[in-house]
Design a protein around this ligand. Sequence first.
Ligand SMILES: *[C@@H]1O[C@H](CO)[C@@H](O)[C@H](O)[C@H]1NC(C)=O
Ligand SMILES: *[C@@H]1O[C@H](CO)[C@@H](O)[C@H](O)[C@H]1NC(C)=O
Length: 252
Amino acid sequence: MRLAPILLSMVAVSSAAPSNIFNNIYDFSDELAEFYGKVSKYIDDVRHNVTPSATCDTSKISLPSFASGLPSPDGATPMYVALGRGTQNYTCADSTSSSTPVAIGAVASLYNATCIAANYPDLMEMLPNIAYKIALPANEYASMPPANIQLMGHHFFYDSTTPEFNLDTTAIKQYGVAMTKKQSQLNAPSSAAKGENGAVAWLYLTTTTGTVGEYKKVYRVNTASGSPPDTCKGMPSAFEVQYAANYYFFGN
Ligand SMILES: *[C@@H]1O[C@H](CO)[C@@H](O)[C@H](O)[C@H]1NC(C)=O
Ligand SMILES: *[C@@H]1O[C@H](CO)[C@@H](O)[C@H](O)[C@H]1NC(C)=O
């Protein structure tokens, strides 16, 4: 039975205390309460064997239904799913309302949520809305609340048009690199956590030269926050907006 460890590790975090999870408790107690409510229901089901025992079967992974507004994976195979947490970076030519923020890329840590996506897609969809308000762990290699999931890689921009996903984290964890290019985007649904200025779009990316491994397609979905203000009024020349999103990696 492998479900119980996945679930119990999610709950462990409430006592294992990244204290920042409760700093803004009044802000997001509803979302966290719903999340932990579902987790404890699943734990109960596992204890009483309501849910048949399952393993971490990646063939069960599918994109959230709203992603049908993007091109389909088209036969590509789900490999991994990551919760991404970081910042979208922007620049402003000046601080007036006549200029518009320009996106200059994202920097995020990727956490391995593959087994949550395979077994509990409803929990998976909830994670970014909770996570975008939680500070990254001070130790880069620590697990991420609220689901206590392990670091799986880093996301940043190799150059201005090449989002990179580097999944080599340690000498042992060498999972390759997806170099990508944006193919299409879809405005986030109204259920997305907006933060101050709205959630960034959902994306469909395909891999390009420089990719190491079987990666073919990457989807950014379930985005929370990350958008810039409409204009540069009062903004500094460079700034960051906190965001979280789920990233689905497909290969052959
Ligand atoms: C983007 O944000 C990250 C922190 O999230 C920061 O380290 C980096 O310097 C920023 N990049 C630019 C170009 O502002
Ligand atoms: C993600 O976690 C699963 C289950 O533990 C593991 O099989 C897989 O290798 C991990 N992937 C990465 C890229 O770390």
